[in-house]
Design a protein around this ligand. Sequence first.
Ligand code: SF4
Length: 354
Amino acid sequence: MSRKPELLGLDSDERSDALTAALAGWGEPSFRVRQIEEWVFAHRARDFAEMTNLPQALRERLDEAFSLTPLEAVYVARSEDGTIKHLWALDDGERVESVLIPTRERLTLCISSQAGCALGCRFCATGDFGFRRQLRAAEIVAQYRDSWRVAKEELGRSVSNVVFMGMGEPLANLDAVIRSLTVLHSDFGLGARRITVSTVGLVPGIRELARRPEQFELAVSLHAPAHDLRLELMPIEKRYPLPELFDALRQYQAKKNRRISLEYTLIDGVNDDPGLASVLADQVYGLTCFVNLIPFNPIPSRPEWRASPGRRIKEFSARLTERGVANAVRTPRGRDIAAACGQLRLAEEADAPA
Ligand code: SF4
């Protein structure tokens, strides 16, 4: 499918070259590049028609030549706790989710990097429907732009933080993700430390991020500190086993000198034995990290799995603390709207006629 160049997916040189050439061809002055970029990045325009200080004929020409990758919200869910989840339709009908999570200090947006996911983690609703396709950089950035607009309108706030923690494994779509990181950081002006890339442990991607000059935050979905258990929960253990993963994390830290977050979902009777907290403490020895303990958010394909009871979570947390590992128990947000990644799309597929 031939597609118009997407302004959100170009880096600043590519964008400036493409706009300059088009404007020159139409006999327009070059200062229009700046005006257009201001609309795209400062005003978060999603349609050329919004660019009211440009002549009407130019707006129409821009619309014929370029795309602003507007996403269509096919479903919006609003939680009692303020979380807002969108299911977006892409131009080929694929669906991805993003979630706005407000707290007093920040407004975090969780975005998707792939439609579906090939990695098949057993606790994840996205993994249940397999891989559909990679998102283009513009589609990743457009989730930010369109969610930012919703946040401004409904909450009167700007998105302060972005986490790549929605559908898909960001480091399995490395080129598009790196491009989107650049646009979010350099063009939309989001501080690198306000952007977190979350991975299940794709070692080459971690090493590539370590080589980047920016200080993006890194989070690793760990969920199992021992080989057999991780293999059972996360097939990625076969490709990049724990020693290789921790080696890459140590290298990342040596390069960046940044604390790494480790996410650990606690599933009752599966991975919540306090003994595993000790194993985890051994694994992270020497690494500056923070462990987020998250009670499991049930998914339809694993009816037998439940969140660990509060007492068990406390024991796990206390064991980590005893061993000097910084940690906190996180309250899952938006439970009433199925805010864990992939759940909304799964619900929509279940509702669809066969
Ligand atoms: S947890 Fe992440 S990597 Fe694993 S299946 Fe779900 S989306 Fe894919």
